[in-house]
Design a protein around this ligand. Sequence first.
Ligand SMILES: Nc1ncnc2c1ncn2[C@@H]1O[C@H](COP(=O)(O)OP(=O)(O)OP(=O)(O)O)[C@@H](O)[C@H]1O
Length: 215
Amino acid sequence: MSLALDAITFKYRGTTRPILAEISLEVPSGTSVALMAPSGAGKSTLLSIAGLLLAPDSGSVAINGTRRSVRDGPVLLGKEVGWILQSVNLLARRSALDNVALPRLARGARRRNELSHAEELLGAVGLHGDLQRPARKYSGGEAQRIGVARALMSSPAVLIADEPTANLDLATARDVARALFGAARERTALLIATHDEAIASMADRVITLETSAAL
Ligand SMILES: Nc1ncnc2c1ncn2[C@@H]1O[C@H](COP(=O)(O)OP(=O)(O)OP(=O)(O)O)[C@@H](O)[C@H]1O
């Protein structure tokens, strides 16, 4: 079991009722779960808890069977836990290959191996050809694909995607999502929040959060 949330309850300070109450879900390795909910229902909050950025009031998070807390977050972030957000923040002047490989190179990995792994992952998300072009020359959809490859570079046990296609037009968003699901399959446990039903339907399972009257 790669990601397991058990009875997560969370309330923001100053609010009266929990935004999340007793939420449990499991994302086995190699599978995906899409989280859908109306705006404000707590998707990002739940993702932050799953990604060890925010401590729940009660309940637990386990990654690969080991219970983890926010204290583990800084160590596991970008390694066992990968993130993909709405904006991808690439290094504009560095190549697509460098953007994907740099986090690993910065940790002392061997350049040749890492560049070849980066090329394989960029291929898995549909980017082929000249990967030496600076990142600023890629379109929004292509940049987000580079972000997906970058997040997969450290072979994270868990990949958390918070509305990763929200800044793209509908057709591009769905293409990028297809690439994301394809590349993540068999590599990681993917938990993705989205408002787009077509994207959610690409996941192995869809979970809908009910709106909580938190405030
Ligand atoms: N730091 C905070 N302090 C107090 N309330 C917060 C804080 N962050 C978020 N909230 C509130 O908690 C609720 C859930 O927010 P969250 O961002 O998790 O929702 P969401 O489902 O991801 O929404 P969206 O789809 O619009 O991104 C919202 O009502 C939000 O205003």
